[in-house]
Design a protein around this ligand. Structure first.
Ligand SMILES: Nc1ncnc2c1ncn2[C@@H]1O[C@H](COP(=O)(O)OP(=O)(O)O)[C@@H](O)[C@H]1O
Ligand SMILES: [Mg+2]
Length: 256
């Protein structure tokens, strides 16, 4: 265990659920997982753990592929055996009023990671999620995202992790919904995590996840899990700051 890392505990059912969704993506196409929970409950940690597991599986797949180097020229490994591309974007509180900010960053991340030239989007009203959005711009950006995703999927499945979705600008949430609706056949796992947040656009993505993926309400740990979380290993005297028993004593709410 590297210095500064905490020991991951619990969340077995949620991890199984994420791996099952990924397996479904590989065989049947796009799935969306909507992960909701209070601040500090463990959303980012859970997704990081899942992506670390997936990256480790990727390495194993690449290793096996290099061992099987005798594959006839021109023959591609089957879709299920190709390693996943993992793309991470976070919404930022400061960018919430910049319409299409997250969608543009996702498109750039799918390309080569460097910021692309996107025409400036109309500034929205951060306080008003119902503000009339530029429908044409949302559709054009949605098409751009579907194209970028299609290119990336040419190399194998794609896992997109969008964190802190509660800060996501409304237009980008609509673009993510557009992706789910228009890229159903692509091997894409879209993971969207955030705190519970009232927004019709968040509701839209949650509905899509409920019908074509999963919605996960992340709750606090039970007492035995929280004790394992709080107990430092013999090698580490560092007290884990992230996990504490809740005032009811029944669940542990990681602080942070
Ligand atoms: N499954 C877990 N095992 C160990 N520690 C955890 C776990 N989940 C959360 N934590 C701790 O709680 C803290 C807050 O978790 P985090 O994932 O950042 O919450 P959120 O993203 O929901 O705000 C983390 O820094 C981590 O130390
Ligand atoms: Mg987080």
């Amino acid at each position: 265990m590297r210095a500064g890392m905490v020991r991951f505990v619990g969340r077995t059912a949620e991890l199984d659920q994420l791996h099952a969704q990924y397996a479904a993506v590989v065989t049947a196409g796009l799935r969306c997982v909507f992960l909701e929970g209070a601040a500090g409950i463990g959303k980012t940690t859970l997704l990081d753990r899942f992506l670390t597991d997936l990256a480790a599986a990727n390495q194993q797949t690449s290793h096996q592929a290099s061992l099987a180097g005798s594959r006839p020229a021109g023959r591609q490994p089957s879709r299920s055996r190709r390693p996943a591309s993992i793309v991470r974007v976070e919404a930022a509180e400061s960018a919430r009023s910049h319409e299409l900010d997250l969608a543009h960053r996702l498109i750039d991340a799918l390309a080569d990671g460097s910021p692309g030239a996107h025409p400036p989007a109309r500034r929205g009203d951060a306080a008003d999620d119902d503000a009339v959005l530029d429908v044409d711009r949302v559709r054009d950006t949605g098409d751009e995202l579907v194209d970028a995703m299609t290119r990336t999927c040419g190399r194998g499945p794609v896992v997109v992790r969008v964190d802190d979705g509660h800060w996501c600008d409304a237009s980008s949430l609509r673009v993510l919904s557009y992706l789910v609706l228009h890229a159903a056949r692509l091997p894409v796992l879209l993971l969207l995590a955030g705190r519970p947040h009232d927004s019709p656009w968040v509701d839209g993505v949650r509905r899509l996840a409920a019908s074509g993926g999963a919605t996960v309400d992340l709750s606090g740990f039970d007492v035995p899990t929280s004790r394992r979380c709080a107990r430092p290993r013999a090698s580490s005297r560092r007290r884990l700051a992230g996990c504490a028993l809740s005032s009811t004593g029944r669940t542990a709410i990681p602080s942070g």
